[in-house]
Design a binder for this molecule. Structure first.
Ligand SMILES: [Cu+2]
Length: 128
């Protein structure tokens, strides 16, 4: 019985992998822009590779400046923590690595500066 359950679980895992390109994906608005950030793997403590896509009126924006900041406010016995990086457009999305230095809830800010110089911000959060 245990072997059968293990087999069923393995099949379910492989199927979910086949149908979901990204293990993590979250969407939100930065002003009039629709921002999606995602990762091929579940987000974990440590360095994570993040992909960001920006759309305006359904049209992909590929020439913006995009940066991402993740931060956790100070907690009792623990200083505030953050990591900021600029994303580079490559292979269909803005990409960068972000480090979460511990588990828990992290605030995520993604700033998009479009060609016209306008900066808009998505405020979001993730739980590790
Ligand atoms: Cu903390």
């Amino acid at each position: 019985m245990k072997k059968i359950l293990t087999f069923v679980f393995a099949v379910a895992l492989s199927l979910s992998g086949a149908f979901a390109a990204d293990a993590f994906s979250k969407k939100g608005n930065a002003g009039n822009l629709e921002v999606t950030y995602s990762s091929a793997k579940e987000l974990t403590k440590g360095v994570n590779h993040i992909k960001i896509n920006v759309k305006e009126g359904g049209k992909e924006i590929t020439d913006a400046k995009v940066n991402i900041t993740v931060f956790m406010p100070a907690m009792p016995g623990m200083p505030a923590m953050d990591d900021k990086s600029d994303a580079t457009y490559k292979d269909g999305s803005y990409q960068t690595d972000v480090e979460f230095s511990m588990g828990g809830t992290w605030q995520v800010n993604i700033v998009v500066e479009t060609k016209d110089g306008k900066k808009q911000r998505l405020k979001s959060s993730v739980n590790l």
